[in-house]
Design a protein around this ligand. Structure first.
Ligand SMILES: Cc1ncc(COP(=O)(O)O)c(C=O)c1O
Length: 398
């Protein structure tokens, strides 16, 4: 009996070593994930009253501080007339999205935020103990849903320079081929803000078995300026097993209204559709159509966001703190100590900042807000963190 246990242990040890040799931090243990969630819940701050919330500089959730455009507000206000209806004219939102991406209607599925689409993908593809492969840290809703089901996540650590480890994902996909529900790629990545260059996306798709589905989350697509980046929608047009998700929560400033969508081949949409809740409201459908048309406003938001992001990150560097170059409407700054409690320190001074993203425990994520919000953030940052920085060497772990 004792011998049997030792052999089993030896075997597990060997597997773990093999995985770490190929750069995989093997998958989560559900218990471990639960502990993480409990820790996060413990770190959660007391709720704000509406008046307190309204006074805060809101730099915690990567929203758009300027709000929706006038044309979007008008479209939504006009759509209130349908508040009492079920079968109302929906403004042609699916048609508008399909035309925007030059795909067929059958390639579009809308959701109450792209968060709903991620959840639907989990329900559709992570059955029977299937696995999702993604990097860590990344947008962890996907991994959270896994915790609630019997599926598993294989999380590949970021590289030393915080880039996403595409070769590591390819190895994980090949090693777990039969068990993969889908591969999750967040591009740009949340919370780091960096991108996977288009060449690496191509390498990923060309290197994995062709029947493995890849979900590419482009929530922050609109803020990217790098020439090395490209949307992955053309892969859908080619018929590859790729799902691209987008949201109206960021550039279009409709986070509270809940609208997002997937672009995917019909066979994948057909598998996901039965799991969609259909709870998208009449108002945001009209708002979404107007937002797609209002490219002038979109450009304005993009420019203001990038200008404020660059200004703030330069100021932080000049104050002595390392920042990860970002292509999104948020960035991470290395504060030299564990960020537990830091959000509370900011909140007491009227600024909401991001939570901790283990294992990057010494990094604070800041969303780009309006100019007054960023000014306030810098004042508070300088009050909390001394000039010259706190001297610990940043690495991907902390
Ligand atoms: C990478 C990423 N994907 C998806 C979402 C979900 O956004 P929503 O459900 O508002 O569309 C978010 C929200 O912050 C995100 O950061």
């Amino acid at each position: 009996m004792a011998k049997k246990t030792a052999t089993r242990r030896e075997f597990i040890g060997k597997v773990a070593t093999a995985l770490s040799i190929v750069g995989l931090a093997p998958s989560l243990d559900i218990a471990q994930e639960r502990q993480g969630r409990q820790r996060e819940a413990a770190e959660e701050l007391a709720p704000l009253t509406p008046a307190e919330y309204d006074r805060m500089a809101k730099l915690a959730n990567n929203e758009n501080g300027w709000g929706p455009s006038e044309t979007v507000m008008k479209a939504m206000t006009d759509a209130l007339t349908y508040a009492s209806r079920y079968r109302y004219p929906d403004g042609g939102i699916v048609e508008a999205i399909a035309a925007h991406h030059k795909v067929k209607l059958e390639n579009v599925m809308i959701g109450a935020g792209s968060g709903e689409i991620l959840k639907v993908a989990n329900s559709a593809f992570l059955v029977d103990r299937k696995r999702v492969v993604g990097v860590d840290p990344s947008y962890d809703s996907v991994y959270r849903y896994v915790t609630n089901s019997k599926a598993e996540a294989i999380k590949i650590p970021l590289l030393k320079d915080y880039r996403m480890d595409i070769p590591g994902m390819i190895r994980a996909a090949k090693m777990n081929y039969r068990d993969i529900g889908f591969i999750y790629v967040c591009n740009p990545n949340n919370p780091t803000g960096n991108i996977i260059p288009k060449q690496e996306i191509k390498t990923l798709l060309d290197s994995i078995p062709s029947d493995v589905t890849v979900l590419i989350d482009e929530a922050y697509h609109h803020f990217v300026t790098s020439q090395d980046y490209a949307t992955s929608v053309p892969y859908v047009q080619e018929g590859r097993l790729v799902i691209v998700t987008r949201t109206f929560s960021k550039i279009a400033a409709l986070a509270g209204m809940r609208l997002g969508y997937a672009i995917a081949p019909k066979e994948l949409i057909d598998r996901m559709r039965p799991f969609a809740g259909g709870s998208i409201n009449a108002i945001v459908k009209h708002g979404g159509v107007a937002a797609l048309k209002d490219t002038a406003y979109e450009n304005k938001i993009r420019q203001m966001t990038i200008a404020l992001r660059d200004r703030t990150t330069k100021e932080l560097s000049a104050w002595g703190y390392e920042v990860i170059p970002s292509e999104a409407n948020f960035f991470m700054v290395h504060v030299g100590r564990d960020v537990s409690g830091v959000a509370e320190e900011f909140r007491k001074r009227g600024v909401l900042v991001g939570r901790k993203f283990p294992p990057m425990n010494n990094w604070l994520r800041i969303s780009v807000g309006t100019e007054p919000e960023m000014d306030r953030f810098m004042v508070v940052f300088k009050e909390i963190f001394p000039k010259g920085g706190i001297k610990t060497k940043p690495d991907a772990g902390n």
